[in-house]
Design a protein. Structure first.
Length: 305
């Protein structure tokens, strides 16, 4: 089968190559999925799981990309809940070969059924941004109706999902980002917008929850914007500053079938909008991930039509 592989961490996305690899066999609790569409997060090339397995052994050349939408083509002997021919989508294990390939093996529990009226391209764009937003808000952030939330990167992949989910759940949302992100963030449901290059972040102070996707200095400055009893939720690594009288939590997104099903229902009924910037075939994936100009929105690779 055709697959993208990486062998050199220092080379980043420029080190991606399209090669022939053996098709995966269905074993244990895995299903094999014929990948129709695949999502990739550039950050994953810096994560240890891309380069080593759970025992710390080198697993290169490894296939990146951990979001998929496709059709189950084979079942492992211990698989329950899915059948051959079923449309599925989900988030695959970070420490195993991923989804920038014609086929991938994935534990059945990491997948959810993809309704027939949701396109594979849309399905592959949802797992990381949708699950991260859901888990950050409702699981780690313990969101409550009526809270005020500052969402960094509110026009980006995760931030746009957080903004929509929070607004629909009854939050007052303040989005942040670059000047050009103002209107997109307001369109996703933010009531106010802070342009991080030109406005004062401190003016947005006194919120119940900050959802940080940026980290660094912006993460540090965000801790002091949180009301007593509030929370800083970050996906940009361990927080460098914590709220004086509140909690800070950082987490890594996990696969969850029930949450995926909730998210896709919201896409079907129009409550959630995805943020896809470009769709490219697998043969053009390397070029798509090393663009010469900034692409707004997520790049999805259409592996099979
Ligand atoms: N821990 C986890 O489980 C987890 C899960 C998902 C993602 N992540 C990580 O979270 C980060 C965000 O992911 P994403 O998919 O949402 O990325 P994204 O689509 O690029 O969104 C990030 C947004 O923040 C904006 N932004 C970044 N730095 C900024 C700055 N200094 N000032 C103003 N705006 C800034 C970006 O604008 P520009 O595009 O103009 O820079 C973009 O609109 C990535 O680092 C990703 O690896 C972690």
């Amino acid at each position: 089968m055709k697959a993208i592989v990486v062998t050199d961490e220092a080379a980043g996305t420029a080190g991606m190559t399209l090669v022939e690899r053996p098709e995966p066999e269905p074993a244990g609790n895995d299903v094999v999925v014929r990948v129709h569409a695949s999502g990739f997060t550039p950050g994953e090339l810096t994560w240890p799981g891309t380069w080593t397995d759970r025992l710390g052994r080198d697993r290169t050349p490894s296939i990146p990309g951990h979001e998929l939408a496709g059709v189950v083509s084979a079942l492992g002997y211990g698989t329950r809940g899915l059948s051959v021919g079923q449309r599925v989508f989900g988030l695959t294990d970070w420490t195993r070969d991923g989804t920038l390939a014609e086929y991938t093996a994935v534990e059945a529990r990491n997948l959810a059924p993809l309704p027939g009226d949701v396109d594979f391209t849309v399905g592959a764009s949802l797992p990381i941004s949708g699950l991260t937003a859901w888990q950050g808000l409702f699981v780690h952030g313990r969101f409550q109706v009526g809270q005020s939330i500052l969402v960094h990167g509110a026009a980006g992949g995760v931030g746009s999902m957080v903004t929509q989910l929070a607004r629909q759940a009854g939050a007052y949302v303040i989005g942040t980002g670059r000047a050009a992100d103002r209107q997109p963030a307001l369109d996703f449901g933010a009531r106010e917008f802070v342009d991080l290059d030109n406005d004062s972040l401190d003016d947005a102070g006194g919120v119940d929850l900050v959802f940080d996707v940026i980290g660094g200095d912006i993460g540090k400055r965000s801790a002091r914007l949180i009301r007593p009893g509030g929370m800083l939720v970050t996906i940009a690594g361990p927080p460098e500053a914590r709220p004086a009288d509140g909690l800070a939590v950082d987490f890594v997104v996990e696969a969850d079938r029930a949450q995926l099903s909730e998210i896709v229902e919201r896409v079907r009924d129009g409550r959630l909008r995805t943020n896809i910037g470009r769709v490219a075939p697998l043969d053009d994936a390397v070029a798509a991930f090393t663009p010469t100009e900034r692409i707004k929105g997520k790049t999805i690779i259409r592996v099979h039509p």
